[in-house]
Ligand binder design. Structure first.
Ligand code: DGT
Ligand code: CA
Ligand code: CA
Length: 574
């Protein structure tokens, strides 16, 4: 059996798989939830779970009970856990693959394995195409058709890795390579450096006088599953977890031009080359040349400068007008993580979050925030531990009490309110008015037509009772397609009604997307980043919201998270 690496996200994945297996077995909900929560917690730990375990402190992590701690111990010590191995023997299904298919949960995976021995996406597709699924009584023709659609989507999206996972792998490799005595510099370029929401592969650039030694070391790392190619200038491997990584070694004199080239995007590079030609220059990864003489190459700034351009941040290099802006010095001053003064979307243990409001407030204060919105689910839709109106009133009392203790920080009373099929907010008007910040979202009726969903949201915006429209398209990366919504119309209405649009920073949501953010900004609509935290470590996901914002050309003034508490109090009249 393949050894499980001890990186947090891999241990988290095993726990996720175990939750899935338990659900296949019809285990009690509580137990399933414990595994799923533990997975989320570990995934968002700012430290290696292995280090915590080795210090004997694993039980001190909130949400990790004795049974799960033991499994983590086995994984760290042996690279495998007994229960996991047993489940895999009994049900040798590829959970990671099958669970990316919309409409395919644990119960169905079990049914499909029991009846048709389906283990992976390929076998599922074959069974669906041969109409073997519709013959299972509880499934039928409609399910078979929906599964086929789900398979199509899963196939298209499964190759790209969400940035948050790429970050963990990239930082690990960067450290490994960077710690070698004969390596002077390591940078991960490509879409990773542009902070794209997902990456296809990693492109690592290295400065070293000993390229052969770099490649020997890199291709023999324990994490490498397959060596696709190995030479002194370039090597390519596929890691055991499926990610391709290219490493290239360059000399210091041309590191800037190499970085520029391999950061891309391809479209940005093409545009730069045209600019170079117009100036009688030639641009390549080896430098900027006039005739045969290199005039720039050591740094990116130098290369841009030789082309008559100001420096362009990697997040902007998508050929969306940034080269033209760099020519006439009108690039946006992009917002930075350090500009952020608060978080607009945080769940507490009053609903489906893990941590108490005081703990969340404490974690926010450690980040030097001035405010957070506690925005639990409310209303009649029975999702995610939604609060009744009575409970919401109680929660507001707790928040008032807590706020008495602070003079430089405020917990804003908020809630994530469902927009129902009529386009009404599913919470009484009195309470909506009592909340400081009302978040509204579409949580049901995803299958309705574009006109219907758009109209619903517009009606809610017209009510004057909602402040922020959260995760506006409902997509979940690699898992759920966005519902149909006319975003151009929503942006227009947001402008007219003063509604703020959310950039949901949860790494698998990142909703709005970069180009959508840019459209909203172009129309003068305000944005708010919310992490959608379900435990305090998730507050760290703010950085992914900021990357996404930067990719959408977001400046400080476009983003209300950069406002101070007193400015926020003015803006929301609270
Ligand atoms: P990915 O890996 O799909 O997330 O996206 P990238 O942008 O990392 O693309 P990748 O890995 O194929 O190539 C890395 C960079 O190398 C890319 O952003 C720009 C540069 N590059 C690759 N192929 C070409 C090409 O054919 N022409 C130009 N101008 N640049 C290229
Ligand atoms: Ca790449
Ligand atoms: Ca590549």
């Amino acid at each position: 059996m393949e050894r499980v690496s001890t990186k947090n996200f891999e241990i988290a994945r095993v726990l996720e798989d175990l939750a899935f297996y338990l659900e296949m077995q019809d285990e009690i909900k509580f137990k399933i939830r414990a595994f799923r929560n533990a997975a989320k917690i570990i995934e968002s730990l700012p430290e290696d779970v292995e280090d915590i375990y080795r210090r004997g402190e694993i039980r001190r992590v909130t949400g990790i009970g004795a049974a799960i701690a033991e499994i983590i111990g086995e994984l760290v010590e042996n690279g495998m856990a007994k229960v996991y191995e047993e489940f895999q023997e009994k049900y040798p299904v590829n959970i990671a693959e099958l669970s990316t298919v919309e409409g395919l949960g644990p119960k169905r995976v079990k049914l499909l394995y029991d009846k048709l021995k389906i283990k992976n996406l390929e076998e599922l597709e074959r069974a669906a195409k041969e109409h073997r699924i519709r013959r299972i009584k509880t499934l039928g023709v409609k399910t078979e058709k929906n599964l086929l659609k789900g398979i199509e989507f899963a196939k298209k999206s499964r190759e790209r890795l969400p940035l948050v996972y790429a970050d963990q792998i990239a930082k690990y490799l960067e450290n490994k390579l960077g710690s070698l005595g004969f390596v002077e510099r390591v940078t991960v370029a490509g879409s990773y450096r542009r902070r794209r929401e997902t990456v296809g592969d990693l492109d690592i650039l290295v400065i070293s006088q000993k390229p052969e030694s770099v490649m020997d070391f890199f291709t023999s790392l324990e994490e490498v599953g397959l060596v696709l190619g190995k030479g002194p200038a370039k090597s390519s491997v596929v890691l055991k977890d499926g990610l391709q990584v290219d490493v290239r070694v360059f000399d210091e004199e041309i590191y800037g031009s190499a970085l520029l080239y391999f950061t891309g995007s391809k479209e940005h590079n093409v545009k730069l080359r045209i600019v170079a030609i117009e100036k009688g220059l030639k641009l390549s990864e080896y430098g900027v040349f006039r005739d045969d003489a290199r005039v720039a190459g050591r740094t990116e700034e130098e290369c841009y400068g030789a082309l008559g351009l100001s420096y362009i941040e990697p997040e902007l290099r998508e050929d969306m007008g940034e080269v033209e802006a760099a020519m006439n010095n009108s690039l946006p001053q992009l917002v930075q993580l350090s500009d952020i003064k608060g978080d607009f979307h945080v769940h507490s243990n009053w609903s489906d979050g893990m941590d108490s409001i005081p703990d969340l407030a404490g974690a926010a204060r450690e980040k030097n925030y001035e405010y957070i919105c506690v925005s639990d689910h409310v209303g009649s839709l029975k999702i995610a531990g939604a609060l009744s109106e009575e409970r919401l009133i109680e929660q507001m009392k707790e928040i008032d009490q807590l706020n008495n203790q602070f003079n430089d920080f405020r917990i804003l009373k908020s809630a994530e309110v469902n927009i129902n099929a009529e386009g009404e907010l599913d919470l009484s008007k009195n309470l909506l008015k009592e909340l400081d910040v009302v978040l509204a979202a579409v949580h049901s009726g995803f299958k309705a037509s574009k006109e219907v969903i758009t109209k619903r949201v517009i009606r809610a915006m017209e009510s004057g009772l909602m402040h922020i429209f959260v995760h506006p398209t409902g997509r979940i990366i690699n898992r759920r397609t966005p519902y149909e919504i006319d975003l151009a119309e929503i942006i227009e209405k947001a402008k007219e009604s003063g509604t703020i649009l959310e950039i949901n920073a949860f790494p698998e949501r990142l909703d709005l997307r970069d180009v959508q953010i840019k459209s909203a900004i172009d129309r003068g609509v305000s944005l708010a980043i919310g992490t959608d935290s379900h435990n305090r470590n998730h507050l760290n996901y703010m950085e992914y919201g900021v990357y996404q914002a930067r990719r959408g050309w977001c400046t400080k003034k476009n983003l209300i998270n950069t406002l101070s508490l007193s400015e926020i109090e003015k803006r929301f009249a609270v």
